[in-house]
Design a protein around this ligand. Sequence first.
Ligand SMILES: NC(=O)c1ccc[n+]([C@@H]2O[C@H](COP(=O)([O-])OP(=O)(O)OC[C@H]3O[C@@H](n4cnc5c(N)ncnc54)[C@H](O)[C@@H]3O)[C@@H](O)[C@H]2O)c1
Length: 386
Amino acid sequence: MAPPAAMEAQEAASRNAFANDVSAASHISRVTVVGSGNWGSVAAKLIASNTLKLASFHDEVRMWVFEETLPSGEKLTDVINRTNENVKYLPGIKLGKNVIADPDLDNAVRDANMLVFVTPHQFMEGICKRLVGKIKEGVEAISLIKGMEVKMEGPCMISNLISELLGINCCVLMGANIANEIAVEKFSEATVGYKANREIAEKWVQLFSTPYFMVTPVQDVEGVELCGTLKNVVALAAGFVDGLEMGNNTKAAIMRIGLREMRAFSKLLFSSVKDSTFFESCGVADVITTCLGGRNRKVAEAFAKNGGKRSFDELEAEMLQGQKLQGVSTAREVYEVLSHRGWLELFPLFATVHEICIGRLPPSAIVEYSEHKPNFALVEGSAQYY
Ligand SMILES: NC(=O)c1ccc[n+]([C@@H]2O[C@H](COP(=O)([O-])OP(=O)(O)OC[C@H]3O[C@@H](n4cnc5c(N)ncnc54)[C@H](O)[C@@H]3O)[C@@H](O)[C@H]2O)c1
């Protein structure tokens, strides 16, 4: 038997080891992904590959699933947990065994201290309201959602909605990121936008970065989020051009004009928005990829090919199998802001896209608006103009 002094030392050592374990465990971050569509599933896959490698994160990644019954009669959540695949929104891709699908929102977020929001934007207000009082103190959030809410008092970015309803800090991640391409690990880039805390932004960068997904932090949360949101409106314009078979020069012109309106609109809304943000992945690169390949472009092309006679709702249901278009609702929301603030004439591309979507103008109007060219001098270099 060990002498009493040695036993005391041994006990103290094991008490210290226990205390160290507890303290280390309390510094380990648990991540929950709120959303499980096409991009939500890819985000879970990216994150899950990193939590296995990084000691500062718990291995398990929870993914909240808006439950649905598949044609086979099985619940989507059960199938994801059995096959490790989101057979509806990301078929053929293994998510990682450490991704656990959970249909119970409260349960999915209960233990998390890092929340990744990635649902179509129209559902976010309802989700946040359900989460009030259900999340841990000091939770950090990031939004991958492209879109905005328009309220009586003006436009509200989704990161802001999350921050205000839940009382938490919220970064954003946007970029030239067509989910299906990242799912098969083709190289791409993304931008994390943050307000003030660089350390938190670096933590998100660490959580998402892989050799095929290069993430850069930028201190301009509004600029990054507005880029991701507004480019879907430009993508509709590009789709109309494709449907009308107008060719590459026209499409490039529409992309350039669209990018210019994106920058002007963003700077009018938030004087802090930086020009340099538009040269990040979330800016010009996302405009290019969405106008070449995204779902908004694809459905807008079909809309123009049908001469505007089949509605976007009908085409969305037929062409996207449950996936949601963001561009049409964003175009309406942007239009509301423009008309409310008397800015319609400054943004002819944005205004025309909405008017085409609601059938007030034919798809061919997308190249006719140049007759009433905006005076951008009013906007550019003058973020004070309201
Ligand atoms: N897919 C992409 O390539 C891509 C890339 C970058 C960003 N985004 C953005 O990511 C966000 C999410 O898009 P996604 O592609 O993951 O989704 P998705 O369009 O593929 O799928 C729709 C999702 O919405 C869910 N849903 C349906 N009704 C709901 C309800 N009432 N409440 C809550 N959820 C409901 C469905 O279950 C499904 O998970 C969007 O803002 C989108 O703009 C998408």
